[in-house]
Ligand binder design. Structure first.
Ligand code: R5P
Length: 302
């Protein structure tokens, strides 16, 4: 097996390769003065099973293009199989038409990858259960929930905890992690979104409020602007919760999310390394858990 990495998350790709006792195969990246990109594989792949690791987080379009070019280069160079490991799948929140006249951006990305003849996709904690069905190729979905469950178990051994999903879209996720934690009690806050402006408001709950403890662990798939988490925390606080721990797989961290989180009453924010966090987006309350072992274990099984 030969493993290549795009530029979006080299530290994660290196960790995965290390876990497998391999080194990343070299690629030459070049940017022309007009911004066009060129990639060139500097390793032979004829009849090899190949893996390309690339998170399609910001800059989303650039990272997707780079992924497409590497897949194309692998195909043209005679790879036997191509597995694209996309720890964070960009555009996954645009997986269907919300308002008439919209494109389904995720579907566009999927069509391109399929036309380039990728054999398999591996991704982590996809936004919706329906996303794998949009692909005509095999998609393996891995999860960071077991990593989060380990941390939540430690927190609940110190003090009783309940789980919280910050929106109803996360109910499946919260039930899954609750099961991993011997059916730890959970509630959800209910998020409404203005489909045009994207503004959100969180004002009510779903579930049995009697189950809400003073310490909660909020679990979500991603943090982008940070508003979902912060508004959920505000409502929980009004309802007697005193301690907040946040768990989100993908640290998308757009706008001033990191300041919002650091300046909040939240004690700690656990995320994973599916998205590389630049130094300027790191903050004292942040702890990053690695999904490298999870990805490596899946590749080993192939
Ligand atoms: C949305 O349904 C997702 O599960 C996340 O809750 C959301 O994308 C987080 O976005 P933000 O941090 O911008 O509120």
């Amino acid at each position: 097996m030969k493993i290549f990495s795009g530029c979006s998350n080299v530290p994660l790709a290196e960790k995965v390769a290390n876990e497998l006792g391999l080194r990343l195969s070299p690629i030459e990246f070049h940017i022309f003065p007009d911004g066009e990109r060129r990639v060139k594989l500097n390793d032979t792949v004829i009849d090899e099973d190949t893996v390309i690791i690339q998170s399609t987080a910001a800059p989303v379009d650039q990272n997707y293009m780079e992924l497409f070019f590497i897949i194309d280069a692998l195909k043209r160079s005679g790879a036997r199989s191509i597995t694209a490991v996309i720890p964070y799948l960009g555009y996954q929140r645009q997986d269907h038409v919300f308002r008439d006249g919209e494109s389904v951006s995720l579907q566009v990305m999927i069509r391109i990858m399929e036309s380039l003849e990728v054999d398999n996709i591996i991704s982590i904690d996809l936004h919706s259960i329906k996303i794998p069905e949009l692909f005509h190729i095999q998609v393996k979905q891995l999860s960071a929930l077991p990593l989060f469950a380990e941390q939540i178990k430690k927190l609940s051994q110190q003090k009783e905890c309940s789980l919280v999903s910050p929106d109803l879209g996360g109910l499946r996720r919260i039930r899954m992690i609750s099961e991993l934690l011997d059916n730890m009690p959970w509630v959800a806050t209910v998020k409404d979104r203005d489909l045009q402006s994207g503004d959100i408001s969180i004002k009510s709950f779903e579930g049995d409020m009697a189950l809400l403890k003073k310490r909660v662990c909020i679990v979500d798939d991603m943090i982008s602007s940070g508003k979902t988490i912060v508004q959920s925390v505000q409502l929980l606080q009004k309802n007697g919760v005193e301690e907040f721990y946040v768990f989100a797989t993908h640290p998308v961290f757009s706008k001033d999310a990191t300041t919002l989180l650091q300046d909040s009453v939240i004690s700690k924010v656990f995320v994973t390394d599916t998205v590389r966090i630049p130094v300027e987006h790191r903050f004292p309350k942040l702890e990053v858990l690695s999904v490298a072992d999870t990805i490596a274990a899946e590749l080993q099984e192939k």
